[in-house]
Design a protein around this ligand. Structure first.
Ligand code: HEC
Ligand code: HEC
Ligand code: HEC
Length: 416
């Protein structure tokens, strides 16, 4: 049901007609060369619009791409009106006209001035030099992310608590892990997590690689050890092959370090482009409702952007929220000045990742907005203002790459 909804909304949203260019808004997020081929490689492979569209239909039928993403329009952008690769004069005139139309539209949008406080989501987060992003690594990382055999009980995978089909989290107050123990904190989403400057509510891991070592070993999560993980993977011949491909030239590629590298590489592809807000930032004036635009203006006016800024609306810094007896950042640094401080969470997809705050104690987005205004900014919002800001935050829900949501075929048997 949920998947149908996502696909349906993708259909209706794309039917609105994005002025920023269908390729940029609907395709580029997946077609970045990792999940799917880049624009330039498509242009060198397909020479006519007809050939291109035949392939697109095949991909959609096979479930590799979602239906209804305005493929025809994208093809016209790439090939020009006549359909040849080298853009005809007509195609160019059309593009110039479309460009002018965007300008006129933005002149009539009184909220356009608020755009400068925000950044559109890039196709990929920064990639560390020692863990390059390759399709082989991403494929392996996806399997490991979904594989419960990495946990001691063989029952819990990353996807148990960070369900990619459910917004990248578990929608629980606090997560249940090994032997149904709970860790006392709410599971944040793994979607767009590659854009975060530090990981965890208290920032105790600097990178996704370091982060992934945590849950694999935490008693309240997967309760495993590097030895168990490596032993089980080595017993599955298919994994031996996949590690060789993902880490070419390494003699003994199944190591704990490489397990977390592959998982992190996969996580860096879990980005959600094409939210209504993203399309608005890229020039589609009609992508937001009037209430959402008013909410955006209030979000800027009240100063939420002081902390919620950058491509995922998190400054990656620590701010005080005395909420319960969880001392937050202080647990990591032991510096009294860090007591009750938490890293600003991202706000992309926040509408589908309830409940809120580090202990998951608040269910309603509107209520979370009111608490923020009061605790962080000393302002009391009216119901109407809070509702508009929450409406704006709902426009931050993007599209999870279909490829990541489709369950992988896990190889092998059930090693000890
Ligand atoms: C949710 C992610 C996603 C989106 C969005 C997406 N694609 Fe794709 N696309 C894929 C995947 C995955 C493949 C298959 C890659 C493979 O199997 O080699 C693919 C393949 C293709 C191919 C065939 C490539 C080849 O070499 O045979 C074309 C053409 C294509 N896409 C065009 C588009 C266009 C145009 C759009 C935007 C209107 C788009 N795609 C949006 C994921 C996506
Ligand atoms: C039992 C549930 C559970 C499992 C299993 C689990 N996590 Fe988590 N994850 C959490 C919780 C809870 C937090 C927040 C903990 C904290 O901040 O102290 C978290 C935090 C994270 C974060 C940080 C996101 C942010 O916004 O800071 C990432 C990334 C992440 N997990 C990825 C993974 C990966 C990868 C795996 C598998 C190797 C995994 N998790 C397994 C519950 C889980
Ligand atoms: C001084 C920095 C700061 C300001 C200003 C700020 N926030 Fe936050 N925001 C945070 C921090 C830190 C958290 C995490 C608090 C926690 O869970 O302990 C947070 C959490 C949230 C959450 C919950 C997200 C989740 O996934 O649990 C929402 C929603 C939110 N803020 C919206 C807003 C809005 C709307 C405003 C403006 C009215 C705002 N924030 C102003 C720092 C800030």
């Amino acid at each position: 049901m949920r998947r149908t909804l996502i696909l349906l909304s993708a259909f209706f949203l794309s039917a609105v007609g994005a002025k920023a260019g269908v390729w940029e808004t609907n395709c580029a997020g997946c077609h970045n060369g990792v999940v799917a081929p880049t624009k330039s490689s498509l242009l060198s492979k397909f020479h006519t619009k007809r050939e291109f569209m035949a392939k697109v239909r095949e991909m959609v039928t096979q479930g590799k791409m979602p239906p209804g993403l305005s493929y025809g329009k994208a093809a016209r952008e790439l090939f020009g009106a006549k359909g040849a690769v080298h853009h005809s004069g007509k195609g160019l005139k059309k593009r110039v006209a479309a460009h002018k139309a965007t300008k006129v539209a933005s002149a009539s949008d009184p909220y356009a001035k608020y755009k400068k406080f925000f950044k559109p989501l890039p196709a990929l987060p920064p990639i560390p030099a020692d863990n390059s992003l390759t399709p082989e690594k991403v494929k392996l990382g996806k399997m490991l992310y979904y594989d419960p055999r990495l946990s001691r009980s063989k029952l819990i995978s990353c996807n148990t608590c960070h369900n990619i089909a459910l917004g990248g989290d578990d929608n629980q107050k606090t997560s249940l892990g090994d032997h149904w123990k709970t860790g006392g904190r709410n599971a944040p989403t793994t979607l767009n997590s590659g854009f975060l400057k530090v990981q965890f509510w208290d920032g105790r891991a600097p990178t996704l690689e370091e982060q992934a070592k945590g849950p694999l070993q935490a008693h309240v999560e997967m309760n495993s050890t590097p030895e168990i993980v490596v032993r089980r993977l080595k017993a599955i011949p298919e994994y031996v092959k996949l590690f060789k491909k993902a880490f070419p030239g390494e003699k003994d590629p199944i190591t704990f370090e490489n397990v977390v590298k592959a998982i992190a590489a996969f996580e860096r592809t879990l980005n959600t482009p094409n939210s209504p807000f993203q399309r608005y930032l890229l020039g589609d004036t009609n992508a937001l409702t009037k209430e959402q635009k008013e909410g955006m203006a209030l979000f800027v006016k009240y100063g939420c952007t002081a902390c919620h800024n950058g491509p995922v609306l998190s400054d990656g810094r620590f701010h005080r929220l005395k909420w319960n007896n969880d001392t937050g950042r202080y647990r990591v640094t032991k510096n009294p000045a860090d007591k009750y401080k938490f890293r600003t969470p991202q706000l992309l997809n926040v509408a589908v990742t309830a409940p809120y705050f580090h202990d998951g104690s608040v269910n309603s987005l509107k209520k979370a907005v009111k608490i923020m205004a009061e605790k962080e900014l000393g302002k009391k919002l009216t119901d109407d203002e809070a509702k508009k800001i929450a409406d704006f935050l709902r426009s931050l829900t993007g599209e999870v790459p279909l490829e990541a949501r489709v369950l992988p075929q896990l190889p092998g048997n059930n090693p000890r």
